[in-house]
Ligand binder design. Structure first.
Ligand SMILES: Cc1ncc(COP(=O)(O)O)c(C=O)c1O
Length: 432
């Protein structure tokens, strides 16, 4: 093993041996080169006052070389904030500002020991870093039966984790923390599990209430007390879009500092929160007690970044940073929040109006971009096909009976027509 990786492992092991045990083989072996091109170049950027002939960018007239055909369309930004490589961990100021925002949005984090967010190429990348660092072949990766389908590729196919699903809802349509608890405790022999929590949930649009949140935390704590090392990822992709009374903080805050066998990892980002899907700016943040452990985990994460994408795109980090610092940011976010909330409320009032004669139920939703119909008499895929070909309406069929509707992309005034047509399409199929 590389001596630098060994040093990092030692820092993690001496801080908390359970965190060391959670690392995958790759997680144990990875390190960020201290004396490579990046660090020599960083040293040169502060000391090489005469000529800096280090890193692979080109310069001209004291700044990064660039083409006018690009700069002319981006003239609000300085070339040095667009063209050079961003550091592998991301723009330092963006990391600081995101951390402050995390604290502001999640008062439960105050006084907790957690690291500096590391910039990722958006949330998928953060999730795949978690998979790289913590999932070995056969490790249990636990998440509910209603989930974002890409977890399967990220944790199952790519890292050969063993996917363990539990029903998201109880019979009375609350979060099934008992199911989570049982799935976790079933890993006692393995001594290890990776849990993914995603609220607001894709595809249902559900966020649990405060009491359910406590039950989730209690289930994870119980597993840790039973001797299971639990890496808990909060996939906070849709964070902030809480339209009713539910948890409105990430459970990362409650999980931080809870038990030495729990490693909370927050995966979040600007993608959905700030409506910049194609920018690819996300973050991964660890919570652990000792500064040395956090620093070592950060070095491991940087090793994965260096080995895969080397560093994230610089322009989009600049764009997001500029937005976060703008005095207009909060007001503009609120304006969009209200539009999304208006759509969610409208969908709910339509569904509760009994206009649609009991052809479907819907899963509880109170947040995020989506809601899910549970079809009673027709199957989801034929309905999706029928909607697409006969009505020109696109929806997502999930499993046998669920149809996901993204109200995030339908204007409030069109929602009634949309649901009327889905209803009509159901009737078409029922009478066929
Ligand atoms: C629950 C969830 N997590 C993560 C992502 C991925 O986000 P990103 O586009 O930032 O990679 C999505 C995207 O649909 C999602 O629904």
């Amino acid at each position: 093993m590389n001596p630098l990786a060994e040093q990092l492992n030692e820092s993690i092991r001496s801080g908390n041996v359970h965190l060391y045990e959670m690392l995958s083989t790759l997680g144990k072996e990875i390190y960020f080169p201290k004396e490579g091109i990046l660090s020599q170049s960083a040293e040169a950027s502060s000391l090489a006052k005469k000529f800096n002939a280090t890193i692979g960018i080109a310069t001209e007239n004291g700044g990064p070389m660039h083409l006018a055909v690009i700069q002319d369309t981006l003239s609000a930004y300085k070339p040095q904030d667009l063209y050079p490589y961003a550091p592998p961990a991301g723009k330092p100021e963006l990391r600081t500002v995101w951390r402050e925002k995390m604290l502001q949005d999640n008062p439960s984090l105050s006084g907790k020991s957690f690291g500096n967010p590391i910039v990722t190429n958006a949330l998928t990348h953060g999730l795949s870093m978690v998979a790289d660092l913590f999932v070995n072949e056969g490790d249990a990766v636990i998440y509910p039966d209603k989930n974002w389908e890409n977890y399967e590729l990220t944790f199952g196919i790519r890292r050969h984790g063993s996917i363990v699903n539990y029903p998201l809802f109880t019979d009375d349509m609350k979060f099934n923390s008992e199911g989570l608890r049982d799935a976790l405790l079933a890993q006692k022999d393995k001594g290890k599990a990776i849990v993914i929590l995603n609220f607001p949930n894709n595809p249902t649009g559900y966020t649990p209430g405060a009491k359910e949140g406590e039950q989730i935390v209690a289930a994870i704590l119980e597993a840790a007390e039973a001797g299971i090392n639990v890496t808990v990822v909060t996939d906070d992709a849709y964070f902030g879009l809480f339209f009713e009374t539910s948890l409105n903080e990430s459970l990362f805050g409650k999980l931080a500092g809870l038990h030495p066998r729990i490693l909370p990892v927050k995966v979040d980002g600007a993608t959905k929160e700030d409506y910049v899907w194609g920018f690819r700016v996300g973050f991964i943040t660890f919570a652990a007690e000792s500064k040395e452990t956090l620093a070592a985990l950060e070095q491991k994460a940087l090793g994965i970044i260096r080995a895969t994408i080397s560093s994230g795109a610089h322009p989009s980090q600049t764009f997001v940073l500029q937005a976060l610092k703008s005095p207009d940011f909060a007001a503009q976010k609120e304006e969009k929040f209200n539009i999304m909330k208006g759509r969610a409320n409208k969908v709910k009032s339509l569904l509760d109006s009994e206009k649609y004669g009991g052809v479907w139920e819907y899963y509880p939703f109170n947040s995020g971009y989506f809601m899910c119909l549970k079809l009673k008499n027709v199957h989801a895929e034929p309905l999706r096909q029928h909607l697409l070909h006969e009505y020109g309406i696109g929806t997502i069929a999930l499993g046998d009976r669920d149809l996901r509707i993204a109200f995030s992309c339908i204007a409030e005034e069109h929602l009634e027509e949309l649901f009327d047509m889905i209803y009509k399409a159901v009737l078409d199929l029922q009478t066929k």
